[in-house]
Design a protein around this ligand. Structure first.
Ligand code: ARG
Length: 478
């Protein structure tokens, strides 16, 4: 090759111009356009901008402490990083797919602003530990928000229970009326589920709170970086202890996605009940206008879209978990580009669960609970049949025989279009000699409810006590 040509080539390699890849040293051909498109994650990881900047600022301090950067250089880099952030936020700099990802977009812009010093920032670091760091910073912030929203929802469920503490409704099994319960008991069942959801996210937060930076591409770093110092700057409790694990694992993300899927499945059940209860057929609640929408053709309609959408969105959140499980399956250690596919499902689940949680609390607070209709439904449909059987058991009859006798009583009442409370004492005694006048007191919804005083039962006393325990727990910080 002619000397002139060679000189030109070397110059290009040592001083990359704008538009050349940061990793371009080894390459002599331009990247194929479609490769560039498929390879780029900037379209979505731009969302990690503030975390990438924060991570790089801390990394620069780590480099200074290790003597790789002078204090002046560190300061210049830090200022440069902050102005890159502003450039992107204000739209002064719009990264393109040629920048590939957020890490290279920031570094490229930094170098174009502060010159070759920008190129020192990536010392002792790889995009592999950098992306792992950014994702953890992002997830730590978002998980903290989710935990707050879950607590909010628990509080709402307690408030709704307290406000309607005297409301009696049918409890269901197989979606058939089964036994009377307090509406508060039903709401507090969801409070328990959401409490466990919150516990799961809180537990995951501990595992998110581990700093991977300093793991390099996979094998660790030969530079004398004080990892604990950097971790402290970023507020991490722990540092990772195996560099390969730190760059190759996404199980903490899977945990978050799994928690999110379980949460959404719980919310889908609550939503389904709201849809049913809000229907004309049930008529147990009325959702406020603010959280329902109309039909473009049927003027009478008031649709429970928010509850329906929450129910529906449980599908995509579950899908996001499955997506990342499948991405990670059988991937050899350590980093593989497949793992770039972790972000979109993660972002989507974060956004979806937050959106649903934010809207559920005000919707529940504003729903009208129709006490009379619920009570009426409790009186119809033989809900106190088990109580009548228990009455016979108290008189000494084995439960199976009692069950049989009440089965016959119910069949008789149904045939004659009566409720159990319409039967005369004589009619009762036709099915068992053990029935006395007080049977009529036993088969009221109140008596049925208040007989279930074991811990966890629907007795007014038990529900009140569980409610006050829940409220007390919710007062605790955080
Ligand atoms: N955009 C990449 C991702 O999200 C960053 C890490 C790239 N690492 C690499 N060796 N190409 O996973």
């Amino acid at each position: 090759m002619a000397k002139k040509k060679l000189d030109k080539k070397n110059k290009e390699k040592t001083e990359p111009k704008q538009g050349t890849k940061l990793w371009g040293g080894r390459f002599s051909e331009a990247t194929d356009r479609l490769t560039e498109e498929l390879n780029a994650s900037i379209g979505f990881d731009i969302r990690l901008l503030s975390h990438d900047i924060k991570g790089s600022v801390a990394h620069a301090s780590g480099l200074e402490r290790a003597g790789i950067l002078t204090p002046k250089e560190r300061e210049k880099i830090e200022k440069g990083l902050k102005s890159v952030e502003e450039d992107i936020l204000s739209g002064r700099f719009v990264p393109t797919i040629a920048d590939e990802d957020i890490h290279m977009a920031v570094e490229g812009r930094l170098t174009s602003k502060i010159g070759s010093l920008g190129g020192k920032l990536h010392t002792a670091r790889s995009r592999n530990d950098q992306v792992a760091l950014d994702t953890r910073l992002f997830l730590r912030e978002e998980t903290t928000k989710v935990i707050k929203l879950l607590k909010e929802l628990q509080k709402t469920l307690c408030q709704v229970s307290e406000k309607n503490i005297d409301v009696i409704m049918p409890g269901y099994t197989h979606l058939q009326r089964a036994q009377p319960i307090l509406f508060a008991h039903h709401m507090l069942a969801y409070q328990e589920m959401i409490k466990r959801d919150r516990e799961r996210f809180t537990e995951t937060l501990k595992r998110i709170d581990v700093m991977p930076l300093g793991s390099g591409a996979l094998a660790g770093s030969p530079y004398n970086i004080d990892r604990r110092y950097v971790a402290k700057l970023l507020g991490f409790k722990k540092i990772s202890t195996n560099s390969m694990d730190a760059v190759a694992s996404r199980d903490v993300l899977l945990e978050f996605l799994s928690n999110s899927a379980i949460l959404m499945i719980n919310l889908s059940r609550l939503s389904e009940e709201l849809v049913l209860w809000n229907s004309e057929e049930f008529g147990f609640i009325e959702l406020s206008d603010a959280f329902t929408t109309g039909s473009s053709i049927m003027p009478q309609k008031k649709n429970p879209d928010i509850a329906e959408l929450t129910r529906g969105k449980s599908g995509r959140v579950t899908g996001n978990l499955v997506t990342l499980l499948m991405v990670m399956k059988a991937l050899p250690l350590a980093y593989n580009k497949d793992m770039q596919e972790d972000k979109e499902p993660l972002f989507d689940s974060v956004d979806t669960i937050k959106a649903c949680l934010q809207i559920l609390s005000p919707m529940l607070k504003k729903m009208k609970v129709k006490k009379k209709q619920m009570r009426k439904a409790t009186e119809e449909g033989f809900l106190m049949a088990t109580d009548a059987a228990d009455y016979l058991v108290a008189s000494g009859l084995p439960f199976r025989q009692a069950h049989e006798a009440i089965g016959k009583t119910v069949a008789f009442a149904a045939k004659n279009n009566k409720n159990l409370s319409d039967l005369s004492l004589k009619e009762w005694q036709g099915f068992s000699k053990y029935f006395k006048a007080d049977i009529l007191e036993v088969i009221t919804p109140e008596a049925s409810i208040n007989s279930r005083t074991l811990t966890g039962g629907t007795a007014f006393k038990s529900v009140k006590s569980e409610l006050s325990k829940a409220k007390q727990e919710l007062r605790k910080k955080p």
